[in-house]
Write a protein that binds this ligand. Structure first.
Ligand SMILES: [Zn+2]
Length: 475
């Protein structure tokens, strides 16, 4: 599902049809040396993230979680397609988890772990280009979160009664071996066993739960392509609601009772209903919801305190018990399901395409629900002393991917675009962009070229001032 792969394969197919390549992949592979896949995926902000030489297609993750020791006993089966003749390849896998067994297509493979996150695997035989292969890894231990000095806490995070995985921009590698790049999306299934009483939520659709003795096993299947930064795992004593929105979308929400004031008996129902209402409003603005289910999770995690647009079901992590997330916050994280989740930045420098749209979703929500208009939000931000005018929105720098400029200033950029092309074109564009790029990746250049099709005006000066130049643009 990596964009580079399909492009490379289609070029190979085109060459084959005009006779420049041997007709079969095997014959082609036979003439080429087997070489190691790259240890990175070409993201200059995070050169170690992701890997080259293969396209991950599916992750099947099995976990047994022990709340006493906080340890997991786990298996990961990764199905991937080789995009070159592979003598060796890497996964990202960080922290103290210990591997007890690793096989490639059922044969024991040798492996080493180097640097902060590289799991380097040498299969018994090379994997020919085009071949789909399977890697099984058995591992265990207590997963550790990452506390990045600039980007904060991510990865597997212990909560008061369980754990939650929040992995933007990195963090999935703290609990499973992964090709940890935004541009190698894959499908997932999860089989998680916990002591009876605990509940487990993940991305996608529930596929049954089964109690045997003192344990319950939960299964989830995530059938739509998912970037590793958006993979969800939440374990705790949740109050779960499984309903449908007014438009019929399945809506599974969970409230950690410790995240709301004691005695709030309606929190689980209120949260479910608020999520449904926001999602149905967003479907009117952005088009059909891109995934088979939606929802959200309210959880107490005192060392986190942020929300994340984990695919299908965002996590709202609270530092202390308090009010449920506001409709505005719901609109931000659920807006990301179109902008960030279904359409994902190819590399992290393009994150304004996530956060600008999520911020603008908040402004549109207010505008259409009796609050401030988007123009008023723009004017407030333009005047405010706290708006961040440093740096370039389209290239904020590794340590600044969560700075205000990729939120507020990026939202302001979209408002300027709306003023330039008019409401009719703008609201057509915000439906067409996620529809045409569904489950794919995006870049700033692709977006600006796309927007240009909606007007005869030359948009280059607007984007030059708002995306590519540091400092406060003149109006
Ligand atoms: Zn956001």
């Amino acid at each position: 599902m990596a964009r580079t792969t399909s492009r490379a394969l289609s070029i190979a197919a085109a060459l084959a049809t005009i006779g420049l390549l041997a007709p079969t992949a095997t014959a082609y592979a036979g003439h080429r040396a087997f070489t190691p896949g790259l240890p990175g995926a070409g993201d200059r902000y995070f050169p170690d993230m992701g890997n080259g030489g293969y396209d991950a297609q599916h992750y099947s993750l099995g976990l047994k979680y022990d709340p006493g020791t906080k340890a997991i006993d786990a298996t990961a089966r990764i199905t991937a397609r080789a995009t070159q003749n592979l003598s060796r390849f890497d996964f990202d896998f960080s922290g103290p988890l210990k591997i007890s067994k690793l096989t490639v297509d059922g044969r024991t493979a040798s492996y080493t772990r180097t640097g902060a996150q590289e799991l380097v695997i040498t299969p018994a035989r090379g994997v020919p280009q085009g071949k789909v292969f399977t890697v099984d890894v058995a591992y265990s231990g207590v997963p550790q979160s990452i506390n990045d000095p600039a980007l904060g806490l991510s990865g597997w995070i212990a909560t008061h009664d369980g754990a939650v995985a929040l992995s933007q921009p990195f963090g999935s590698a703290t609990w499973y071996p992964v090709n940890d790049t935004t541009h190698d999306k894959a499908t997932y299934d999860f089989t998680v066993t916990v002591p009876k009483g605990l509940k487990v939520l993940a991305n996608g659709d529930p596929a049954g739960e089964h109690t045997q003795g003192a344990n319950t096993t939960f299964r989830w299947i995530d059938r739509q392509p998912t970037a590793s930064e958006l993979v969800l795992m939440a374990i705790g004593h949740f109050d779960v609601r499984d309903t449908r929105t007014a438009t019929g979308l399945r809506n599974i929400t969970a409230v950690d009772p410790a995240s709301v004031p004691a005695g709030n008996k309606t929190a689980a129902d209120d949260f479910n209903k608020a999520t449904a209402d926001v999602i149905d409003w967003e479907q009117k603005i952005y088009g059909r919801f891109p995934f088979s289910t939606t929802g959200g999770i309210s959880v107490l995690a005192p060392n986190v305190g942020y929300s994340l647009e984990t695919q299908t079901r965002p996590v709202y992590a609270r530092r202390s018990a308090g009010a449920l997330p506001s409709a505005t916050l719901l609109s931000h994280e659920l807006g990301h399901q179109w902008f960030g989740d279904s359409v994902t930045p190819y590399v992290w420098q393009h994150i304004w395409l996530n956060e600008g749209f999520a911020t603008y979703t908040e402004w549109l929500y207010d505008e259409q629900h009796g609050g401030e208009t988007a123009q008023q939000h723009f004017d407030d931000a333009y005047k405010s002393a706290s708006t961040d005018w440093n740096g370039k929105v389209a290239d904020p720098g590794r340590d600044h991917i969560f700075d205000d400029l990729v939120y507020t200033r990026a939202g302001m950029t979209l408002h300027q675009l709306r003023l330039a092309i008019g409401d009719t074109a703008f609201f057509a564009l915000v439906k067409a962009w996620p529809a045409q790029h569904r489950y794919g990746n995006d870049t700033t250049a692709e977006f600006t070229a796309f927007a240009q099709r909606y007007t005869h005006k030359d948009l280059r000066p607007l984007f030059q001032a708002w995306l590519y130049t540091a400092g406060k643009p003149a109006l």
